[in-house]
Ligand binder design. Structure first.
Ligand SMILES: C[S@@+](CC[C@H](N)C(=O)[O-])C[C@H]1O[C@@H](n2cnc3c(N)ncnc32)[C@H](O)[C@@H]1O
Length: 402
């Protein structure tokens, strides 16, 4: 590290002193994100959107929700008669929930009339903003927890858009002889300052080593030099179990940055996938201003699917966001924008250009288009339309000149 290390905030100095000066990285990440007073989400400090700390697909405009809505309606309709639930975990600013509720009300009023919007948001700072945003929701809204839902499991659809990447990860380091759990140490430089350092901690126990073997990391091989580091995802298994207990029947759609295990743990990816975000900037340093930056790591597709099966989910499949949105009609939507009659008016043109840029960003293979859509279900469900192979007949029809 070059230059003066950033000072550690007082609240964290206190916590680390109480725990003997060092904690596993997972504990640190959990505090930095979810501490109710100091955490980036816990205190509701992070802002999502073009003017915020980072953008997500729903924050780019109404088109993401409009493309997802017919899939949601398919799923809800397949669940038959009776009360239905649209559950969103980690709703952020509430943009996706609100846009989906409005789309259901407009295009599928019969389904909307039977659907309650359930918001699972453990961070009170974020939930306050969601409440304000969803005041005008056409569907009844209830904030809840998995535990509360499990008391009377619902039938419906669960969406988890960029949530699992906010669960604290464990970082593992190869020291040349042993796999160790990375830890965060408080370095007391004297009465005026204290700062943080990452260092190898306790050796991994046999159970964790067996998990590394399944991921192709044990033995580590010659291509992983001392200092090679990556992440494990101990939080997603319990999350999938809690979610499964809350849903009696229906699908779960996880949308997030994710990689197959062979890509995630490839020798050349020697520092894992962890990144910090603030003010539309990204940094590989997770120790910057703890509680002010978002910290996020990719998901491992193989791990998540394995954890899902163990939690009682059926795995329906997965694809890239670019493929999913094209299957759901993104190209037609883009074409429709170009035909819009108000394109000649100055304000209309600005809005159209912004929406066009937003649509293209959603499928950009270097950014949001590389997100994965991973579908699971409780009970048997048909393959969702975004996972069906393209219909060559309809493509040919659209391409045939009139
Ligand atoms: C990156 S934001 C995504 C927000 C929104 N889904 C979007 O895409 O714009 C992560 C959200 O998940 C919430 N969150 C964090 N941990 C969670 C957990 N264990 N269960 C549910 N939500 C969680 C955060 O407070 C925040 O609202």
């Amino acid at each position: 590290m070059s230059g003066t290390p950033p000072a550690c905030p007082d609240w964290l100095v206190q916590r680390l002193r109480e725990r003997g000066g060092a904690v596993p990285f997972q504990r640190y990440m959990d505090w930095a994100l979810h501490d109710p007073h100091h955490g980036a989400y816990g205190a509701g400090r992070l802002r999502i959107g073009r003017d915020g700390d980072f953008v997500t697909s729903p924050s780019l405009g109404p088109d993401f929700a409009a493309l997802l809505a017919p899939q949601l309606a398919d799923w809800l309709a397949a669940l038959g008669t009776g009360a239905l639930a649209l559950v969103e975990a980690g709703p952020g600013e509430g943009s996706l929930a609100l846009a989906l509720a409005e789309a259901l009300q407009r295009h599928w009023p019969e389904l909307a009339g039977r659907t309650t919007l359930w918001l699972v948001e453990p961070n009170t700072g974020m939930a306050e903003r969601q409440r304000r945003r969803l005041q005008g929701s056409p569907l009844p809204c209830r904030w809840t927890s998995w535990q509360e839902l499990a008391a009377a499991p619902v039938r419906g659809v669960v969406l988890a858009h960029e949530v699992l990447d906010a669960l604290a990860v464990e970082r593992i380091v190869w020291d040349g002889a042993l796999w160790r759990r990375q830890q965060v140490r408080l370095v007391e430089a004297g009465p005026t300052g204290a700062w943080l350092r990452l260092e190898p901690g306790e050796p991994l126990e046999p159970e964790a080593l067996a998990q590394l073997a399944a991921l192709g990391l044990e033995p580590p091989g010659d291509q992983r030099p001392p200092g090679w580091c990556s992440e494990l995802h101990p939080g997603s298994g319990p999350w999938l179990q809690a979610c499964a207990a809350a849903l009696a029947d229906g699908p779960l759609l996880v949308i997030d940055y994710a990689l197959e295990a062979w890509r995630y743990y490839a020798p050349q990816r020697s520092a894992g996938t962890l990144l910090a975000y603030r003010g539309q900037r990204a940094s590989p340093d997770p120790l910057l201003e703890p509680g002010a930056w978002d910290l996020t790591a990719h998901l491992c597709i193989d791990t998540l699917q394995h954890q899902a099966r163990a939690a009682g989910w059926q795995v329906l499949g997965q694809c890239r966001q670019g493929e999913a949105l094209l299957a759901l009609g993104l190209a037609e939507r883009l074409h429709g924008l170009q035909q819009a009659p108000e394109a000649g008016e100055a304000s209309g043109l600005a809005e159209l250009l912004e929406r066009r840029e937003g649509l293209l960003r959603l499928v950009d293979p270097h950014t949001l288009g590389d997100f994965r859509w991973l579908a699971f279900s409780r009970g048997a469900m048909a393959t969702p339309r975004f996972l069906l192979p393209p219909d060559p007949g309809s493509w040919a029809t659209r391409q045939t000149p009139a």
